[in-house]
Ligand binder design. Structure first.
Ligand code: LLP
Length: 402
């Protein structure tokens, strides 16, 4: 990490700011943690690529041996373009038109269905010929905050567990082949017992689906956003999951494969957003430092009150002072309030940590600003993997009729 930090200033100079920087080897490090921890179970990992879909990231993750989880048909197509074989692609759909599921089935990927309506259509069209997964809403509240919680009573995701009778009706009347049960209760889950709770719910359903082979526990592992925070203890998690299987399977003796769909865990920490301080404004009791970015590039602080660690790499030994870091968007876009940072001067480079997951991917052209460039550092070499937007990009697709 230290070498990487020392590169930041020269990278910012070479490629300009704002700039997303990804460190390939960090992704590998995270993936190996998962593989090692879960070697005690029959496990498959599907990278939740909604976190970051740059084709180079997809290719790198494919080379590591990881599979991919998609949340739209276009993500499925990107995964195919990156070289994933259909059997290494999972499409966890929600709220989508059935035609999109048909398209995914034509490609031949694994599919998780999250509504009775699409389940019935799927059953009528494919019957027993296409193994499928069902996304269950277990009615468990989990995740870092409500905006990223998905498994609770009231959440739009999955088929509520209390509608089991309706699921069974569809499965038997259309002779569906249910291969997997899926839950994803939220993002930023530190406590392994949340996954165990989800498994307990699924175990109640297992006897109803005799052809089941897979228990898919979704993603949501926590990553440390603050320096003092800890990520989900995946070794402990694997042990707990194994124990839970042992507890439940003594009677049936059936073995299941476990699937996970990590997004943040694989790509959050690999990413950094490099920005330049454009304006320092001493407003009496607050010193604002505005950077050449905003929530159009990194929306997490404004959208989820998310904490992103920030460092002033241009003045690492400068006196600590308290700042409010903002963007240059014509709307309140606070990245961090009352944050102690080494003294900031206009022109300094500020680095935002944990910018790999849901950073560039959620960026926009708000205020008609360009999206940042993206680079990857692999084996010490920095390569451009997406050009900064240009004027043409802003006008692309627009049709002048007036
Ligand atoms: N599987 C499913 C079905 C999901 O919906 C998600 C994330 C994941 C896996 C991956 O979750 P992860 O491992 O990344 O926590 N934009 C928000 C997070 C939204 C997560 C959406 N679903 C954020 O920046 O915190």
């Amino acid at each position: 990490m230290k070498i990487l930090k020392e590169q930041f200033e020269s990278i910012a100079q070479k490629f300009g700011t704002p700039l997303y920087v990804y460190h390939a080897e960090k992704i590998n490090e995270q993936y190996q943690k998962l593989v090692t921890a879960f070697s005690i179970l029959d496990t498959q990992f599907f990278y939740a690529c909604k976190a970051l879909t740059n084709i180079n990231i997809l290719r790198y993750i494919k080379e590591l041996g990881c599979n991919v989880d998609c949340s739209s048909i276009n993500e499925v197509k990107l995964a195919i373009l990156a070289g994933f074989e259909p059997q290494r692609i999972l499409y966890t759909s929600n709220g989508i038109a059935f035609s999109e599921i048909e398209e995914a089935a034509e490609i031949g990927v694994h599919i998780n269905i999250d509504s009775l309506s699409n389940l019935e259509k799927f059953g009528k069209k494919y019957g027993h010929s296409y193994p499928v997964g069902i996304r269950i809403r277990p009615n468990i509240l989990a995740g870092g905050n409500l905006k990223i919680s998905t498994g609770h009573d009231g959440s739009k995701f999955g088929i509520p567990i209390n509608q089991l009778d309706k699921i069974e009706e569809i499965v038997s009347s259309t002779n569906l082949l249910i291969r997997s049960l899926h839950i994803h209760t939220g993002s930023d889950i530190k406590d392994p017992s949340v996954f165990v709770k989800g498994m307990e719910v699924l175990f109640e359903l297992i006897p109803h689906f005799p052809e089941l082979e897979v228990i898919d526990l979704g993603g949501g592992f926590k990553v440390p956003y603050k320096p003092e925070e800890k990520e989900t203890d995946v070794i402990l998690l694997a042990q707990k999951i194994k124990e839970t299987f042992n507890k439940h399977l003594i009677a049936g003796n059936k073995k299941f494969q476990v699937w996970f769909e990590p997004g943040k865990f694989l790509v959050s920490e690999c990413g950094f957003l490099l920005t330049k301080v454009t304006v320092l404004k001493n407003a009496g009791d607050i010193i604002f430092a505005a950077v050449d970015s905003g929530f159009n590039h990194l929306i997490r602080p404004m959208m989820y009150d998310a904490y992103h660690h920030i460092e002033n790499i241009s003045n690492p030994t400068g006196e600590l002072k308290v700042y409010t870091i903002t963007g240059n968007i014509c709307e309140t876009d606070t990245f961090a309030a009352d944050r102690a940072l080494n003294e900031i001067r206009e022109g300094d480079t500020l680095v935002f940590y944990n910018a790999g997951a849901y950073g560039f991917e959620m960026s926009s052209n708000y205020n008609a600003r360009f999206k940042p460039a993206e680079i990857i550092i692999k084996e010490g070499t920095a390569s451009l993997i997406r050009k900064r937007d240009t004027w043409d990009d802003l006008l692309k697709g627009q049709i002048g009729v007036l």
